[in-house]
Ligand binder design. Structure first.
Ligand code: SF4
Ligand code: SF4
Length: 359
């Protein structure tokens, strides 16, 4: 067999070793930092036991970067920093320099190019960003557009550190997959069960996997017009949209009935307090591109109340825990409606329906 006909060996495409891309001072002092401080918004200074120090300048990006923007950001890194960049999980790009004299020229180059420096410490850092209409096949709303229009309004909260503690905001453009868990989350909310195109189901969908996919067992196989199809028990359906990805003929996205909802108080980390689930605080918000003004107004309103009322270092979940949910709805002027109560017929396990004390 000639070389050309040999099966090619698999290409490892997992995450590459990050150390090779790290600034040499970071690499040298890995795990041996003495302290770090925050000289000003968007700038961090780390000092190692070795006496080395490194300055990090953080700059916001829109995450979905075209190649020209990416080149421009890299050119700034080559010219004004030490040639190393690092992207944070919230799409901020960080430049590192070991010489403090380079910090101000670097900040000037970033701002002159039209980017913003900030996102550190007790600021509102960049919204975490799902794929939305640009890449994904199931979104009910966009992500880039929501992030852009909200961050345009929150730019001063990114540039400054005026919040009681750090604020993580997230988006989720479907109800089931990535994103959607943060101090404040803007998530899609479907309000109607899927509409089934029975002519297509038998050709497009693997029916047992679709049935298995439903978290509340609302889907069952059915024969419709002599063809194998599916049916949904609409009383059981929680309108989650989990059946739509494996079976596109079960269309759930709807211009009128797919809404946005805002949830607050989610915290993944257990570094300083226990992780918490977020809770719904605003439902049925219009999914209104290209600027989503209604959702943005609610987020700004929550941030304003948090900024005025929380104590230093309280995250949003800590603040609500202290003041209680009734007070949260008072200070944010958000209406508490029937949609905030879990009245789904299968919710016996989650409703506190007995007099037993639960821990
Ligand atoms: S949140 Fe859902 S729709 Fe949005 S990118 Fe993730 S999987 Fe796709
Ligand atoms: S939308 Fe969710 S709950 Fe409703 S049928 Fe589909 S998978 Fe089941």
């Amino acid at each position: 067999m000639s070389d050309d006909n040999k099966p090619r060996s698999p290409i490892e495409s997992g995450c590459p070793d990050g150390f090779q891309y790290m600034h040499p001072v970071m690499r040298k002092n890995y795990g041996a930092w003495k302290f770090h401080e925050h000289p000003k918004p968007g700038v961090l200074r780390h000092v190692g036991y070795s006496g080395d120090e490194i300055w990090t300048v953080r700059c916001g990006t829109q995450r979905i970067l075209d190649v020209f923007t990416l080149r421009e950001l890299c050119d700034i890194g080559d010219e004004y920093a030490d040639g190393y960049i690092h992207f944070t999980i919230r799409s901020n790009v960080e430049y590192m320099v070991s010489d403090p004299a380079k910090v101000e020229p670097l900040i000037k180059a970033i701002t002159d190019a039209g980017y913003i420096v900030g996102g550190t410490k007790n600021s509102v850092t960049m919204l975490s960003h799902t794929q939305g209409w640009l890449h994904c096949d199931i979104p009910g709303t966009d992500a880039s557009g929501v992030v852009k229009s909200m961050m345009d309004e929150l730019i001063d909260e990114f540039r400054n550190c005026n919040m009681p503690n750090r604020v993580h905001i997230t988006t989720s453009c479907c109800q089931i997959n990535c994103g959607g868990q943060g101090d404040i989350a803007i998530n899609v909310q479907h309000t109607k069960p899927p509409k089934i195109n029975h002519d297509l189901v038998s050709n497009v969908c693997e029916r047992p996997s679709v049935v298995a996919r439903c978290p509340v067992a609302a889907i069952r196989p059915a024969m419709v017009n002599g063809k194998p199809s599916l049916e949904v028990d609409e009383k059981k359906c929680i309108c989650c949209g989990a059946c739509f990805p494996p079976c596109p003929p079960m269309q759930i996205n709807d211009a009128e009935h797919s809404k946005l909802a805002v949830w607050v108080g989610g915290n993944h980390s257990n570094a300083r307090s226990k992780p918490t689930f977020q809770k719904l605080v605003a439902a049925g918000i219009p999914n209104n591109p290209p600027r989503w003004p209604e959702a943005t107004a609610i987020v700004k309103n929550i941030l304003k109340a948090y900024k005025e009322d929380a104590k230093d270092w309280e995250r949003i979940n800590d603040w609500i825990e202290r003041i209680g949910w009734p007070r949260f709805f008072e200070v944010t002027n958000l209406p508490f409606t029937k949609y905030h109560i879990d009245n789904w017929r299968g919710a016996r396990n989650s409703l506190n329906a007995s007099t037993h004390i639960r821990f």
